[in-house]
Design a protein around this ligand. Structure first.
Ligand code: PAP
Length: 347
């Protein structure tokens, strides 16, 4: 039998009073979603709702984003990996997990078979808060108890910067945000939703339809441009707390970026480690080639049942050129230029 993912330890039994408190929170959140938020048909087959300007898939998130805002208490030592879907989250989670846990789980080739990344998909090692930890669809009416986790805690989120609970900024938790060029993001998202649709026995959606949704901001956690811009501005205003990474740059120069990530999250590599090749070992361990060929990622499922192989497609930069017409490319360039005008952000 497959082992339990590590995040399950947060679901400790609760007292009757705590259970009742959880129930109240979920009831309130469900009411808000059902009665006050705009809802429309989502492309993965379930409705999507708009909350604080961004679109959430109700089938995936339930009322997780609202419950998270109400319940999560950040610690100064927390590390949050943030992204809009399909920008390199899986890769960033693997790298951050491997860096933070390299003493207890050395990444050396001889020991790689026992490494948690060989046993679990990285989404099970670094749980997404609004999806796994605060999602009533997944855990009945129970909210996980994150207080029992030792520091530093490592979580992920797809929520926009402006919707993060206030305690994240106030406590000084560190956020690593990863983004990707608009066109590759769209194509990766389109392939992903069609994979999910096919698993749910739904017809694939055409690229034209996905393109239109994306441009209107109705992709998962869209609008894409506002999501990226929010974290970009935060990284300029609070560089010691928000590190802004670009997928294309990370794929091109993995060692440089891994060292930056390690420094930022307070786990710098020593000279000795660099000499011993630890940086390269982590890069190999977390490479697309290695992770996508592991049995766990070829056959398993994570979280609420998404197949692990849906998170691995090509892992390349520029693949969108094989799909988008010149008109589509031009339209995306126009929107990007207009939305990010004056921000200094380019991808
Ligand atoms: P998520 O937000 O749903 O978790 P995310 O991991 O951000 O998805 O995006 C998936 C993309 O990252 C896929 O890109 P593609 O569709 O263009 O191929 C996936 O292939 C790519 N990816 C997954 N793991 C890695 C990795 N280890 N290195 C580089 N790219 C990766």
């Amino acid at each position: 039998m497959a082992p339990n993912p590590p995040y399950k330890i947060c679901f400790v039994p609760k007292s009757r009073e705590e259970e009742e408190e959880d129930e109240k929170i979920y009831k309130r959140c469900k009411e808000i979603v059902a009665t006050t938020l705009p809802t429309t048909k989502g492309r993965s087959g379930k409705p999507i709702y708009q909350y604080q300007g961004f679109w959430y898939d109700s089938g995936v998130h339930g009322v997780g984003p609202l419950a998270l805002q109400e319940h999560f208490k950040a610690r100064p030592s927390d590390i949050l990996l943030a992204s809009i879907p399909k920008c390199g989250t899986t890769c960033l989670k693997s790298l951050a997990f491997a860096v933070m846990n390299r003493k207890s789980h050395p990444p050396s080739v001889q020991l790689q078979q026992q490494h948690p990344l060989h046993i679990f998909n990285s989404h099970d090692l670094v749980p997404r808060m609004e999806w796994i930890l605060y999602n009533n669809n997944l855990n009945g009416d129970r909210i996980s108890n994150l207080d029992i986790l030792p520091s530093p805690r490592l979580f992920s989120t797809h929520m926009p910067y402006t919707s993060l609970p206030q305690s994240v900024a106030l406590s000084g938790s560190r956020i690593v945000y990863i983004c990707r060029n608009t066109k590759d993001n769209l194509i990766s998202w389109w392939h992903f939703i069609n994979k999910i649709r096919s698993n749910n026995s739904l017809e694939p959606i055409k690229l034209e339809e996905a393109f239109e949704m994306f441009c209107k901001g109705k992709s998962s956690l869209g609008p894409f441009w506002e999501h990226v811009l929010g974290y970009w501005k935060a990284s300029l205003e609070r560089p010691q707390n928000v590190l802004f990474l670009k997928y294309g740059e990370m794929v091109a120069e993995p060692a440089l970026h891994l060292i930056r990530i390690a420094e930022f999250i307070g786990c710098s590599f020593s000279l000795m480690e660099e000499k011993q090749g630890v940086v390269d070992q982590i890069i190999k361990l977390c490479s697309f080639e290695n992770l996508s060929n592991l049995e766990v990622n070829k056959t398993g499922t994570c979280g609420i049942g998404i197949p692990n192989n849906a998170f691995f497609r090509q892992g390349k930069v520029g693949d969108s050129a094989n799909y988008l017409t010149s008109e589509m490319l031009e339209q995306l360039d126009q929107i990007t230029k207009q939305k990010w005008h004056g921000s200094g952000l380019t991808l």
